[in-house]
Write a protein that binds this ligand. Structure first.
Ligand code: GDD
Ligand code: MG
Length: 341
């Protein structure tokens, strides 16, 4: 079975972390986010994935290659200029080899989900729909696509990011399309699947059905959500086929150098970093080539690759990244986004 993975977004809400690392390439519990997604898709029988890239394409090419290291076949669909979610799907579809009646799974590249995609695909096929959308219920739908349904589960509207969402059931970023429906999306121009394709399908009598679930689901697109997803992986709240939680509920890269007097507390993931004496790290993500000097404290924060943290510095609820960032000794960075922009 084939899937399209949308990974071309710029990840602006995760700046400055995404200056050098696209969102799907950020490591969660030591594993790049996209590898969690591929392992999940593979566990549901997806064997060929077209990866739709635009921002920092070369990193995806190099890391994923032909997919053999991940047990799937990977094809890269590269957009010169970002084509939007719908344009990216249309472009990626030219690389599919499925028949026109076959179901194609489309996944947003920033969603960690435990829902049963196999069941979603079965429902789509048995009901012979144009598209079947995974929906989850959230407390506040304003930042998402709000998707009302009728009593039977048929989708009756699609309202992307509005101040007054009609329902708290939202588009969870996993669609099953019948291939011939994707083939109708215009090619070679910017198209939003949320603002254009779904509303048009509804207006022309398309059969769009919901697949609602209450399983674990998170979009890692904001610093708070990224940290939460990382902690949920480390503590076993979310089980990824690409990661085994450790008894201490932390992850330390085998090549990291952590002083024995440094304190790494639950929910922290440390990349290939150096952590010196007396430093304390709590519920944070630390990238590669990072140096954390003696006595520094990093709490509920995300530290990107190559950042240097001076001795005694305190970093709390901050996101720090971009190249050559050096935080002076004893400096304080609380609730800030700091980096080269
Ligand atoms: N290839 C490609 N080209 N991919 C893109 C492009 C593009 O031009 N624009 C966005 N993407 C990818 C992003 O990389 C991401 O994986 C996915 O499409 C969704 O984009 P986001 O920027 O993360 O959108 P969002 O989180 O604000 O909203 C979307 O996801 C919500 C659920 O998390 C929408 O689909 C909402 O309707 C939905 O509720
Ligand atoms: Mg998103």
């Amino acid at each position: 079975m084939e899937a399209i993975l949308l990974v071309g977004g710029k990840g602006t809400r995760l700046l400055p972390l995404t200056i050098d690392t696209p969102k799907p390439m950020v490591k969660l519990a030591g594993v790049r986010f996209i590898a969690h997604q591929i392992a999940y898709a593979r566990s549901h029988g997806i064997s060929r994935i077209v990866v739709a890239t635009s921002y920092k394409t070369e990193q995806f090419l190099e890391y994923l290659g032909d997919g053999s290291a991940f047990g799937v076949e990977i094809v890269h669909a590269i957009e010169g200029e970002p084509l939007g979610t719908g344009g990216a799907i249309a472009n990626a579809a030219t690389y599919l080899i499925s028949g026109e009646r076959d179901p194609i799974t489309v996944l947003n590249g920033d969603v960690l989900t435990a829902h049963d995609i196999s069941a979603q695909i079965r429902q789509h096929v048995s009901m012979n729909c144009h598209a079947t959308l995974h929906l989850v219920e959230v407390d506040d739908a304003r930042a998402y696509g709000s998707v009302p349904t009728d009593d039977k589960g048929q989708i009756i509207g699609f309202v992307e990011k509005s101040e007054n969402p009609p329902t708290n059931f939202i588009n969870a970023g996993c669609y099953i399309f019948t291939k011939s429906v994707i083939d109708q999306i215009p090619r070679g121009r910017v198209v939003s699947v949320e603002r254009e394709t779904f509303p048009e399908l509804l207006a022309t009598g398309g059969k769009l059905w919901s697949f609602k679930s209450r399983d674990y689901w998170i979009d890692i697109g904001t610093p708070a959500a990224l940290l939460k997803a990382s902690q949920d992986l480390l503590t076993g709240v979310f089980i990824s086929p690409a990661f085994t939680p450790q008894p201490k509920k932390i992850y330390i890269d085998p090549l990291a150098e952590v002083d024995s007097s440094a304190l790494i507390e639950e929910g922290s993931a440390i990349g290939r970093a150096q952590v010196r004496s007396g430093a304390r790290i709590e519920a944070s993500i630390i990238g590669d080539e990072v140096v954390i000097e003696a006595g520094a404290q990093i709490l509920h924060s995300i530290i990107g690759n190559r950042v240097k943290v001076g001795s005694g510095a305190i970093i709390e609820r901050a996101i720090i990244g971009g190249d050559e960032i050096v935080l002076p000794p004893n400096s304080r960075h609380i609730g800030t986004a700091l980096g080269i922009g």
